[in-house]
Write a protein that binds this ligand. Structure first.
Ligand SMILES: Nc1ncnc2c1ncn2[C@@H]1O[C@H](COP(=O)(O)OP(=O)(O)OP(=O)(O)O)[C@@H](O)[C@H]1O
Length: 349
């Protein structure tokens, strides 16, 4: 079995990128837990939650895997200020330009009461459809419970990290950043509310977004602390609430909507996903997951229905593989184009 000594040995060459000193030198390793081939580490670093952490994450995971671990779990915390000063680190720079200050960009958070209702699918297709209408669009995949945007869009590359700057990956003319880009397969990174907020903030500050008209945020589902933290971080965001037609889903989504209102976010509308199944032969609609949840939710939140999206999968395009992006000619692709148009109209008033 892997020992603590072996893990520490493997970490010997790894440096804190901010201080340019090894993790061992600065006393970064606060905890090592080994269970069979599963290693979890708690590391204190000078600038957690930044592009630097992301670079470091990869390095640490690779080093520990080379030593024989199968999975590496990481937790980061901030190194004590006196330690940072002792090792020659400067105080954190504040007041950089942030995307949040860019008046040109409209932020749209996509939320849902519960998981699995199609929030990520809606985020990705709204982003693509806005781009198809000539808008400059970015998407942040902040759904910490499952970063699905890269897979859904068929993205295999990783963003470039140059010094403190992160360059998003562009796919279907959409600039994409996912926390999943920085997490090794099956290596869980534990996100606590404040750290997640910090990471998100860094995505606003450190990513080289190209002049965005819209930034779509795929948020974690739910109405808990994490979601609330994020909602309150985005003072000027607008929101889209996704639900299925089922009464229970709509009921839970209403709570997400209520949270949006509490944080004074304008709700652009409701998307009822998996609204029905339409027979190709007869054109008849079957309401597989119930009926009425979307309109009821819209009424409750005093907003409109932006789209009712039927069940259906995108056509598979081997050459341009993206399992969840509907083609512009696909019936559902057309519904998303109409939705994007509505969004443009209501945000460009
Ligand atoms: N209209 C639709 N028709 C058929 N399948 C759909 C539809 N919308 C979404 N799906 C499928 O449902 C599953 C869940 O969708 P998605 O991941 O977008 O949901 P989510 O709300 O973001 O979930 P989570 O919060 O767990 O990430 C996916 O497999 C997706 O492909």
């Amino acid at each position: 079995m892997l020992t603590e000594e072996q893990v520490l040995k493997a970490l010997e060459p790894v440096k804190d990128p901010h201080l340019n000193k090894t993790l061992l030198e600065i006393g970064s390793v606060k905890e090592v837990k080994i269970k069979e081939k599963l290693v979890s580490l708690k590391l204190a670093i000078a600038q957690p939650g930044t592009a630097e952490q992301m670079q470091l994450q990869q390095e640490v995971v690779n080093a520990v895997k080379n030593a024989g671990a199968e999975s590496v779990g990481l937790r980061f915390e901030k190194l004590a200020e006196e330690e940072i000063a002792k090792h020659g680190g400067a105080a954190e720079e504040e007041g950089e330009k942030s995307l949040l200050d860019n008046k040109r960009t409209t932020f749209i958070a996509v939320t849902s009461g519960k998981g699995g209702v199609g929030k990520s699918t809606v985020s990705v297709n709204l982003a693509t459809s806005l781009a198809r209408q000539g808008k400059k669009v970015g998407i942040i995949d902040a759904d910490i419970y499952g970063f699905s945007v890269p897979d859904m869009m068929g993205i295999e590359e990783r963003p470039k990290v140059v010094g403190q700057r992160i360059y998003p990956v562009t796919r279907f003319d959409v600039q994409v950043i996912s926390m999943g880009f920085f997490v090794e397969d099956n290596s869980p990174i534990i996100w606590r509310g404040p750290m997640l907020g910090k990471m998100l903030n860094n995505f606003f500050n450190e990513v080289e977004w190209d002049d965005l008209d819209y930034l779509i945020l795929d948020l974690p589902p739910g109405t808990g602390d994490v979601a609330l933290d994020i909602h309150s971080m985005l003072p000027q965001s607008k929101e889209i609430v996704v639900t299925t037609p089922h009464a229970t889903a709509a009921f839970v989504a209403a709570r997400a909507g209520a949270m949006a209102l509490k944080t004074e976010h304008e709700i652009l509308g409701v998307v009822e996903n998996m609204a029905y199944f339409e027979s190709k032969l007869t054109g008849e609609k079957e309401f597989v997951f119930g009926k009425g949840g979307g309109p009821k939710l819209a009424e409750e939140l005093q907003t409109e229905i932006l789209a009712q999206i039927p069940l259906g999968q995108p056509e598979i395009d081997e050459e341009n593989f993206a399992p969840s992006v509907y083609d512009v000619e696909h019936p559902i692709g057309k519904i998303y184009m109409d939705m994007a148009e509505k969004v443009i109209q209501s945000t460009e008033k």
